[in-house]
Design a protein around this ligand. Sequence first.
Ligand SMILES: Nc1ncnc2c1ncn2[C@@H]1O[C@H](COP(=O)(O)OP(=O)(O)OP(=O)(O)O)[C@@H](O)[C@H]1O
Ligand SMILES: [Mg+2]
Length: 495
Amino acid sequence: MTATIDRALIRAARDDIDIFAREIARAPLWPHQIELARSPAKIRAVCSGRQAGKSRTLAVLALHQAFSVPGSKTLVLSAGEEAAKLVLASIAELLSSPLLAGAAVEENKSRILLSTGSEIVSAPASTRQVRGRSIDLLILDEANFMDEALWTAAKFTVIARPGSRIVMASSPWTRDHFFHRQWQIGRIDPTARAESFHWPSTASPLVDAELLEDFRKTMTSREYAREVLAEWIDDQGAYFTASELDDNTADYALTPPERAYGQIAVAGVDWGFNDSNALVLLGVLDDGELNRGRHQNELVYFLPWLEHHSKMQYSQFIDRIATVARGYDLAQIISETNGVGAMPTQVLRNTIDRQEWTSTRSRTPVFPVTTDNRRKTSGYGALKVLLQQGRIVLPRNPELLKQLHALTYEQLPSGAVKIEVPEHAGHDDLADALMQVMAATESGMQSWRPDNPRPRKCEVLTTTVGTHIPAEPRCWDLPYALIRSRGRDKGESWW
Ligand SMILES: Nc1ncnc2c1ncn2[C@@H]1O[C@H](COP(=O)(O)OP(=O)(O)OP(=O)(O)O)[C@@H](O)[C@H]1O
Ligand SMILES: [Mg+2]
């Protein structure tokens, strides 16, 4: 920290986060953010809508703790690796303020060490991160999506520690969860132990009438209630219930293409216009003997990788898909052609065709599909069956789970089910890309699981419905299980 900052300012900034944000970090907080930041409660919980200013507040809180309490440890846990990286990036951005130049003595993807001797660690949420650590400030980002076991661990190691504090923020997800319970405690009766805050998107001065109108157009009314009004919504009319989804998630590690080394998967692509471009990979889980007791020889699926990019240009996204196709061995890429997808699908096909393939790898076919109601019903229907059977494990990705939960259905007089989407292209890119890959699954497909288990060295996670998955799962090398292609566009010849 530069020696030129006068001591009085430093002292004032230590004591008051508002002064710290304004004068030192040069990122003033809005009134609702200051209210949370100044609260003396040991556990603070904020339930927030989109764009209300959560991430900025959490970043300032972490940095202020590191600045004002030398030698302190702050742990920021996020739902997913990508989110964890973003949190650290926003802290690093604050560190670029002139008065904080030189404050970081060490900075990498998961940890920032400051000249005060304080440390900020950012990691994907897992119980292991919390257990046995001495933590002065624990920040949980998208807490409502985290495993209950994490809260149990936090209670023993963080809450029990004198002086240590917890801040949790989340968009609302399920009520039967520690985040909701904790939020209610601090809401009904704020005390020195707990205080809670409610930030609908309109809490932010930047969220104006135009943006709200945009939200309204691209969201179903259920989504609007949750994402903008920050209200917990129930399962009324939902095609997937929240517990159907939650009970089949696990905190397993996604495998980026550069570490996939030719694992076999199938990819689904959704091209965005208003929303973002999304890519979802589906693989057969290499679970050895793990699920033999529960599923005998039936396959269990999982998502080894997914990504979505807001407002990324098609050409850039196409290059990104080509990169993923070099890391993974993709049995097929299923790409939506209606809406805005026709042109990018064609370019994607040309790009993938030009890609050089090694002799051990087969070429990746790109299949254009038209998404109509029949395709949606079939894709989402296949997903529902697998969820009910406990035969698919989803990553704990808040965006994916919320999008799936937002899908509503209508029972037609014929008895058929129609899956509804918002009138305008909505925030359902990840859900749609997942729906596309479901066309590659085959209900009766089996493969022999070994029946004399070798002891496993790796950590094994278990979903609420009892399906096991390694913490670092790999795809089972069963290409024939992923080449089915329901509902391909007419005129597409079988290869
Ligand atoms: N105090 C502030 N002053 C000025 N701009 C701010 C402030 N706080 C947040 N912002 C801006 O408002 C926008 C939303 O903030 P932020 O990303 O912190 O919100 P969020 O609740 O985390 O949003 P999301 O729902 O997208 O996760 C960002 O563009 C951010 O830069
Ligand atoms: Mg955020």
